[in-house]
Design a binder for this molecule. Structure first.
Ligand SMILES: Cc1cc2nc3c(=O)[nH]c(=O)nc-3n(C[C@H](O)[C@H](O)[C@H](O)COP(=O)(O)OP(=O)(O)OC[C@H]3O[C@@H](n4cnc5c(N)ncnc54)[C@H](O)[C@@H]3O)c2cc1C
Length: 464
């Protein structure tokens, strides 16, 4: 396959100047909290990346800005890889794809799903770059069987602080590979990666929806459904008492051709028509209060229809992508997501405490997601561990930010950790408790970047 630019979906971002290459731009993560002015540079390929590394005292790579907080922000130099977006090679015998780091997952799917290939792991949005997926070592609804994205990456070409380009994999520069998968851009700039796609018969998912009356029922159901490829629950975090943690559990399998209704049989791997809506303005903050959130959650729980259906991959994996700029529902102040994982044995007690604490604070979330992870995956700073992960969106407010340290303490006391791709507010002291691989990670960084060229607003806050 020749090197061709992927036809990228480029949501709102700074426009491209011909020259000069660097300019000041206000940037944020997906949550729009925090924001800050950054010297912004765009790279088209490896030469531009090397020039930016040489020409900036400090730098952080940026993909499509879908991490929520501040990991892709550095005021003195933020390097966008979105224009380094060429497919380089594809082997149809093995499904091995090589591409530049700025290729969007959406473009991988649009190009390869009609040929019978799908990403082995996908987050809940397709508007992420391959570089961003590796740097956060993202997980999907199949973590219990497939691990994280990094587990399917064969090798990475990484530009280091001293201007060298090194190849790292499980066989070559192994410790650098382990620090880069989940390393939040702090080991260098990922230029290219080779990873394996998985074969699928159709572009459809067979979904089973089940209503769970509380947290204990949901957890029992997750554990009984470990054979399903995909599992995820939407959790009503406003429910209290016996109904605490009531949820809708969604299970999924890639549909086989013979399972499709007649209408879809003619083109089983067709891409669904793209019909997205946009939230045109910021919704005022007062619209999200405990009553509106409570009403939404109760309605969502009641109207969902338990049973089995066949739906296209887009509606199963990326329901939020159908509403462009949905973050505007949280108003101009933005949103923060709290995503933690707790070890299996501590999950029931820890999740109950977290949900109670959130309820007591009078805070709620429109979107609460619960998933069961499999074992620890590769990557010194990787987030997953065997147990349950809970992700909740909150409006960015003083009340929310006052709650988070209390949640952090519960998570740390139960042996869990926070996901760096969602974090905007935790502390360096908590980071030491969350990530036992931190010392090893720092040792690799010290070796490849002794002067600390690669820094982000998050890495400074957390003392990484
Ligand atoms: C709606 C929504 C749903 C999501 N669901 C999930 C989910 O289910 N599972 C999950 O794991 N995550 C999920 N995420 C988080 C998202 O997958 C990660 O934050 C991902 O890293 C974003 O990719 P990006 O290209 O936008 O990277 P950015 O947000 O731009 O950057 C993220 C990090 O990657 C680094 N980085 C980016 N490109 C490079 C590069 N070329 N070289 C070195 N470092 C680089 C940056 O420095 C930064 O530290 C979700 C996010 C949203 C908005």
């Amino acid at each position: 396959m020749s090197a061709v630019p992927s036809a990228a979906h480029r949501p709102a971002g700074p426009a491209t100047p011909a020259a000069p290459k660097a300019r000041a731009v206000e940037l944020s993560g997906w949550g729009r909290y925090p924001r800050g002015e950054c010297v912004f540079v765009e790279a088209r390929g490896a030469d531009d990346v090397l020039a930016a590394i040489a020409g900036n005292e400090t730098l952080i790579a940026r993909g499509n800005g879908r991490s929520y907080g501040d990991p892709a922000l550095n005021s003195a130099g933020t390097l966008s890889l979105l224009k380094s977006n060429r497919f380089i090679d594809f082997d149809p015998a093995s499904g091995m794809l090589t591409c530049e780091a700025g290729v969007l997952l959406e473009d991988v799917i649009d190009t390869f799903l009609p040929r019978g290939w799908f990403p082995p792991v996908t987050p809940g949005t397709k508007f992420v770059t391959i570089g961003g997926m590796i740097a956060s070592n993202v997980h999907g609804k199949n973590h219990h069987l497939a691990g994280s994205f990094g587990d399917h990456v064969d090798r990475i070409d990484l530009a280091l602080a001293d201007g060298r380009i090194v190849r790292c994999s499980r066989e070559e520069n192994e410790s650098l590979f382990a620090a880069t998968c989940g390393g939040m851009g702090l080991t260098g700039v990922i230029l290219r990666a080779r990873f394996r796609l998985m074969p699928v018969e159709t572009s459809f998912i067979r979904r089973e929806t089940r209503r769970m009356r509380n947290l204990a029922a949901a957890m029992d159901a997750f554990e009984a459904a470990r054979d399903w490829t995909y599992s995820v629950a939407w959790i009503d975090c406003q429910a209290r008492g016996d109904a605490l943690g009531r949820s809708l559990l969604f299970l999924g399998e890639h549909a086989r051709a013979e399972e499709l209704p007649a209408a879809q049989c003619l083109s089983p791997r067709a891409l669904p028509r793209k019909h997205s809506r946009t939230v045109p303005v910021d919704v005022p903050g007062f619209v999200q209060n405990r009553w509106s959130i409570g009403a939404f959650n109760a309605l969502y729980y009641r109207v969902a229809r338990p049973g089995t259906d066949i739906l296209d991959y887009d509606r199963f994996f990326y329901p939020l992508d159908g509403i462009l700029e949905w973050r505007r529902l949280y108003g101009r102040a933005g949103l923060v997501q709290y995503q933690c994982v707790l070890p299996l044995a501590a999950s029931r007690a820890g999740l109950t405490l977290l949900l109670k604490r959130i309820g007591d604070a009078g805070l709620g979330s429109f979107l609460g997601v619960l998933k069961l992870f499999g074992g620890q995956t590769s990557g010194l700073l990787s987030f997953p561990m065997e147990g349950y992960t809970l992700a909740l969106d909150f409006p960015a407010s003083a009340k929310t930010l006052a709650l988070f340290p209390l949640l952090d303490a519960i998570v740390a006391d139960h042996g869990g950790r926070l996901y760096l791709a969602k974090d905007a507010a935790t502390s360096s002291a908590m980071m030491e408790r969350f990530y036992p691989g931190l010392a090893q990670f720092r040792a690799v960084r010290e070796r490849v970047d002794p002067a600390g060229k690669f820094v982000s607003r998050q890495s400074r806050r957390l003392g990484l």
